[in-house]
Ligand binder design. Sequence first.
Ligand code: BEZ
Length: 341
Amino acid sequence: MAELQEVQITEEKPLLPGQTPEAAKTHSVETPYGSVTFTVYGTPKPKRPAILTYHDVGLNYKSCFQPLFQFEDMQEIIQNFVRVHVDAPGMEEGAPVFPLGYQYPSLDQLADMIPCVLQYLNFSTIIGVGVGAGAYILARYALNHPDTVEGLVLINIDPNAKGWMDWAAHKLTGLTSSIPEMILGHLFSQEELSGNSELIQKYRNIITHAPNLDNIELYWNSYNNRRDLNFERGGDITLKCPVMLVVGDQAPHEDAVMADSGGQPQLTQPGKLTEAFKYFLQGMGYMASSCMTRLSRSRTASLTSAASVDGNRSRSRTLSQSSESGTLSSGPPGHTMEVSC
Ligand code: BEZ
């Protein structure tokens, strides 16, 4: 039987007032499918994976992840990891519009660009955090390169290709709606959109006036042409790493309303997501309980149990539990944590 190994954790102190945050460095690399831009925050930490993010359609890494990664309680987590934020081609700030007839990569090809990023940075493993199209891309990457993915946080993933009915509905909507409205309908619920909160106004403004709207439409088309990821519980095609599945309870396709978040929980509920992420990392052996808030610590004691050993890292099993972080329910043993927020 494989032996349980203690993971050495060196906790770093949170930033003191007046201390400057870590610098970001943006790079571009050439890949067989064109160039890809990514931004690195922090420095590599020995024996730790990088956190690698992939954003949804209509957004870039900043508009998708800044509210989460700059959330106060998130700092104690991310300071222990280097972060790589990938921008889908043509989505980076200041990206020129692709020439007419440019063949935008499929989601599978976008996933195939990730090894070039990791090779360039000389990073061997990641914990992926993806939203919508970005979640699909990271899941595809994990299926193709299971040995390099230690964990996945998949927010609002739709693993299936559009069915015949979805296509008909999509075509009908396209007759009466603009591309920005269709993308907003993908990101947010109708209730949120008609509520027209400050957040919705902000994102409607960003997308409607995006100078790279033509590029965004290409990413949108690739998303709509995705194929099935084909994973089945207990089937041959499965994710081999621990997965935290997150569904915003107002996500456009989520019927079961359970808590009080929106279609984009990383924007509307960064606190809940941060706490769930802490549990997830702790289950993977990366967060000492001393690093967690007192409340989280006491809850985690009853939430997580070291269940299976895979390779040399202990994996956790998240038991069915309702908490302020939303509802957590059990998935396949040792691997899945489901969060609704
Ligand atoms: C980060 O610290 O990883 C981060 C900062 C700003 C935007 C997105 C991510």
